[in-house]
Design a binder for this molecule. Sequence first.
Ligand SMILES: C[S@@+](CC[C@H](N)C(=O)[O-])C[C@H]1O[C@@H](n2cnc3c(N)ncnc32)[C@H](O)[C@@H]1O
Length: 198
Amino acid sequence: MHYFSETPSSKHDEAVISGILRGKRFSFKTDSGVFSPKKIDKGTEILVNELELLSSDDVLDIGCGYGVVGISIVAEVNSITMTDINKRSVNLAKHNLKLNNISDKNIDVVQGDVYENVKCKNYDIIISNPPIKAGKDLIHRIITEGHLILKENGSIWMVIQTKHGAKSLAKFLEGVFGNVETITISGGYRVLKSVKKV
Ligand SMILES: C[S@@+](CC[C@H](N)C(=O)[O-])C[C@H]1O[C@@H](n2cnc3c(N)ncnc32)[C@H](O)[C@@H]1O
């Protein structure tokens, strides 16, 4: 069973994990059938800690999993939309907002394929630890369709293991956005950022 199934059927194996992100401790309920259920993914941790955010930012957490990215930055931005194809992940993300005492009207958590159920089509930042195992075509959709729903000067931030094709991902980002910056190279991961220029 893949972590990117729409409806995981694996036997439940719930756990609560915690970690420090951007200097604050957060807890997350996890389960089988979702990405990185035993600990916060190292790539996600590197990505989250590198993000440059403004209090006016409307942010889209694409492929939100059980909510690490969105939940760790929600207090720093104007709004967060979190979306994932995996229903179990979406339910966990909703639960984890409550677990971390977050009840803000500017949060939307929706299930769907890539951006299909995202209501707002105008973001300052899109953040993705992409589902490598789901294949290149899907990752390319996250980038090309993401470009369409970013504001002018909006940015997409992605993390990928160097050995999982960071250089070809950077090339694809550059092809779509006309620019790409390597924000950091750390522990075998790269954080990449592209900005929408018009
Ligand atoms: C590498 S995981 C990252 C999860 C989470 N953001 C984190 O960092 O812990 C990628 C996520 O993309 C989701 N995903 C896979 N295919 C998708 C699709 N077609 N549309 C939306 N999300 C998808 C998976 O279910 C998974 O939760």
